[in-house]
Each structure stands twice: as C-alpha cells, then as structure tokens.
Design a protein around this ligand. Structure first.
Ligand SMILES: NC(=O)c1ccc[n+]([C@@H]2O[C@H](COP(=O)([O-])OP(=O)(O)OC[C@H]3O[C@@H](n4cnc5c(N)ncnc54)[C@H](O)[C@@H]3O)[C@@H](O)[C@H]2O)c1
Ligand SMILES: [Zn+2]
Length: 474
C-alpha cells in the first residue's frame, strides 16, 4: 500500500516535538479526524496524565498502550498523535506496522526542553533526566517510522509517498520499492536522463522500454506494445521517467499488467512534478476524448527531482506554471514566486493533500478543476490544436477569478493569457457538455477568496457565457 492511503497517519516522537499541533493541521488538510491519544486517555479515565502517573509508570503505560491500540484498530483512517513513550509497548509497535503510516516528528532535545519545562509533565522535571530519556528513546522512533517530518508539508508528502529532493534521481534505487525494475520513458527524456536513471537502478533493472513522445503515448496501441514487452512478475516494479504522458500511460500499464504491479513515477516536467504524477489517476485517450479509459493506481513512490527541470524547454515550463498559479490561488499563497525546489514542494504537497482526502475523485478533488471548465471548452473548440492546455488554463483562471470578483493581476502578469481564435458556439456547447455539468447546468469551481475554493457553484447561464466570450478573440 502506498503511503497513508486508507491507513491511519500516526505521529510519533519525543514530548515537545509538536505532534498535537502538527497532527491537527495535517488532519484539517486531509479532511480526517485528529486524535491525541494522551488527551483521549485523560477523557476516558477522567484523570490527568500526572494523576495517572501517580499509580506508577507501569500502570500508565498499560493504559496508554490499550488506548493507542484501540484507536489504531478503529476505522476510518485518521491522524493520531501518540504519547512520547507509547513505542515502549510491543503491541503498539505491532499495531502501528499493521494499521498505520508512521511519521517521526523530529525535534532537537534543547528545543523540546524549552517547550515542555515547567509544564508539569512527569518526565519533564529535570533537564538532565529529560535529555537522557531523549537519547534512550531516539532509536525506537527511528525504528518504527516510515518517514520523518518537521512540518505539515513533510507529513502530507510522505503520506502520499511523494519524495521531493534536488538530486533524488541519483537515489532512485533506494527510493523505489524493492524488486526487479522495468524503466519506461520517451526517446527525448530517455536520451537526456535515461542513463542516470539506469545507473541509479543498478542491478535491479531488467528491461528498458520506450513510449512515443507526447499524447501518442496515451493510446491503447502504445500500452499494448508495452504490455507485450514487459517481463516483470507480480513482484516487479515499473518505473516511469518522463512527463505526464509517460506517467499516465505507464501508470495505466502498471495498473493492468498481470492485474496490477507496483509503479514509481519520476516526473520530469513541471506539469508532472506538481500535478500529473501525483494522485493516482492513470489514463489513455480514445478518439472520442482524452483520458476516457484509465484506473486509479497510486504510485508506490513518486520521486520528484526539481533539478531535472533544467533541461525542460521554456514552453513546457509555461504549461506547468499555469498549474502552479492555479495551485497558488487555491492555497492562497504566491507559490509562483518561490525558487523551483520550494515551488514544486509546496504545489506537490497541495495536490497530495487534496488527493489523499479524495483518492477516488468523489467530491473534494473537484477544486483542482479551478479554471478547467473554461479551459476544456476552449481546447475542445480548437479541436485540441493550436491551444495548449496551459494557455487554456491561464484563460480559464481569468474567467474563474472574474466570476469570483477577485483581482486577476497575478494571472495576467505571470501567465500573460492571450484571447484565442475559436468558434464561440463550439466553445459554448463544449462547455455545456463538460463532465462537471449536472442536469444540463454547469457547475463551477470559484474562489470566495484566494485560498478559499468552493465547488459545485451554479451561475446564471448568461454570466457564464459572457465570461467564456471574454476569453475568445474578436
Ligand atoms: N494523471 C493526472 O492526474 C494528470 C494531471 C495533469 C496532466 N495529466 C496529463 O499529462 C499530460 C501532459 O503532460 P506534460 O505536460 O508533462 O507533457 P509530456 O509528457 O508530453 O512532456 C512534454 C514534452 O517534454 C519533453 N520532456 C519531458 N521532460 C523533459 C525534460 N526534463 N527535459 C527535456 N524535455 C523533456 C517530453 O519528451 C515531451 O516532448 C496530458 O496527457 C495530461 O492529460 C495527467
Ligand atoms: Zn490542467
């Protein structure tokens, strides 16, 4: 199972690490419930932790282990903060392995002491004892943890099995799950970054495959060729190195080959790093439309190396920038102003959280369609030629902001959208056919304010049509 998909997220770590505050924020981002196990223990027993401790530490530990294991056995998946000493219990350690994705919230001992001294906690009365306990417990946290974190984005990314790090392509061998590996890329990306990926995979690499470049990869013919060439057994791992076309087609191949093998996405475009390689949607196109056949198949790991963007042509970068601006409007932060690694990290964390919240696209994921209802209509009206997805999204964002009554200057300055030459009637009928239309009424994603998206919004037809018309050149 990839990351914390359908599993609890358990935060472990020393007292004063900030597990409760962090857990609350993570739960809010993922739309999950948060449980502070120590606080719950106090509620259940009607006694405070120091009071429980007065019965002796052994008594307290038994109670704590019982409460923790009970919580870990309860569905649906939530976010749990465990007591600092909970890992002393073998039952807790077993339950964690079985039921949770465990994240070690790291803290410096000095910082932890500053935070908890004078709090009355039974094990935080003397600094030397406190530091000795810190040293004693450290190995247990490291041992139990699937990941380490200091902030919310760290937890969300780890929970989504997304690893963002400059230079991480070289660590692909250790970041990919164990097993024989088949590497898939297109000729261009294979020519630039394929050799590094092969070296990183080393002896595990059993075969190398090529998909056609661009949207042609997303065809059942290309997938059939890949199905037939693969020699992996069910324990194998398919590694997709490339843009969204490569990862969509390879992900679909992995979802279906031998009824499903694990796969690793290594996105090499900005679109891929902030969008396509995250969230588990895989697809191929039909003549009738894009992405009409596919599967939800979450990558076992998404390895994001922002350094790979250095070789990306400017026009491809602009494609991704449109999605970055969209994400910044959704999250309410000017992500586009950040240097690449941070920009990719924050945008990837945003998408990861939304997708973990709604892995099968049943509602909350809709917000990611900000600007896309208009964009899809313009692309369809252009017959998918001459209007790139990024330039259509830039225009769609303009329309969404105008209908939301929000300043459009960021979109205008960063993306410089130009009205497109398409047929108005064609665009309007495409918009009405959009898959988000229910009972013939168009439902939009708009913003109450930057950072406050609302989905399923209906607006009078005339207003929507006027907003679309404004995007089309006279
Ligand atoms: N699954 C999802 O959730 C999701 C989300 C968004 C988009 N998508 C899909 O992604 C596709 C678009 O992906 P894309 O924009 O990444 O395009 P792409 O995969 O076609 O890549 C664009 C071009 O850039 C080249 N390239 C890639 N990385 C490079 C690098 N580092 N250096 C030099 N050249 C490089 C490729 O060879 C290709 O020619 C669409 O089919 C779309 O439907 C999927
Ligand atoms: Zn898009």
């Amino acid at each position: 199972m990839a990351g914390a998909l359908e599993r609890h997220i358990a935060l472990v770590g020393f007292m004063g690490a900030g597990k409760s505050a962090l857990g609350r924020q993570v739960a809010e981002r993922l739309g999950r419930t948060f449980v502070d196990v120590d606080a719950e223990l106090e509620n259940m027993t009607g006694r405070s932790i120091p009071q429980l401790f007065e019965e002796g530490e052994a008594f307290f530990r038994t109670q704590e282990a019982k409460a923790t294991v009970e919580r870990l056995r309860t569905a649906p998946p939530g976010v749990l903060a465990l007591g600092g000493g909970a890992l002393g219990s073998a039952q807790v350690r077993d339950a964690l392995r079985e039921r949770a994705f465990t994240v070690h919230v790291e803290v410096e001992p000095g910082e932890a002491w500053r935070r908890v001294r004078g709090s009355g906690r039974p094990l935080a009365r003397d600094e030397l004892d406190f530091r000795a306990l810190f040293t004693k417990r450290a190995p247990a946290y490291a041992e139990a943890a699937d990941a380490t974190a200091t902030g919310v984005d760290d937890v969300v990314l780890a929970a989504a099995a997304v690893h963002v790090e400059t230079g991480s392509l070289a660590r692909l061998g250790e970041l990919a799950p164990a097993g024989d590996a088949a590497l898939v890329s297109d000729a261009r990306v294979g020519g630039i970054h394929g050799a590094d990926a092969q070296v990183a995979l080393g002896g595990r690499l059993v075969s190398v495959h090529e998909l056609p470049e661009g949207e042609e990869a997303k065809s059942i013919d290309a997938v059939t060729a890949l199905w037939r060439a693969l020699r992996l057994d069910r324990s194998g791992v398919l590694v997709a190195l490339g843009g969204g076309c490569t990862t969509d087609a390879s992900g679909f191949t992995a979802a279906t080959y031998l009824r499903g093998v694990r796969w690793v996405a290594v996105p090499t475009t900005l679109v891929g790093q902030v969008d396509a390689a995250i969230g588990g949607k895989t697809a191929v196109d039909l003549a009738e439309g894009k992405n009409l056949v596919g599967a939800f198949h979450w990558p076992a790991r998404t390895v994001v190396d922002p350094a790979l963007l250095a070789t990306l042509p400017e026009r491809e970068r602009r494609e991704g920038l449109a999605e970055v601006v969209k994400t910044g409007l959704l999250s309410g932060e000017p992500l586009w102003e950040l240097p690449d690694e941070q920009l990719v990290r924050r945008a990837a964390a945003y998408k990861s959280a939304v997708c973990l919240h709604d892995p099968h696209d049943r509602g909350p994921r809709n917000v990611l369609n900000l600007g896309h209802t208009f964009a899809h209509a313009l692309e369809a009206a252009a017959g998918y030629e001459g209007v790139t997805h990024g330039s259509a999204v830039a225009l769609g964002l303009l329309a969404a902001l105008r209908l939301s009554g929000i300043d459009t200057s960021a979109v205008e300055e960063i993306l410089r959208p130009e009205p497109v030459h398409v047929d108005r009637e064609r665009a309007w009928s495409a918009l009405q056919r959009d898959k988000k239309a229910e009972n013939g009424r168009v439902r939009l994603v708009l913003l109450e304010a930057p950072g406050k998206p609302v989905h399923g919004v209906e607006r009078p037809e005339a207003e929507v049509r006027a907003a679309l018309d404004e995007l089309i050149a006279h």
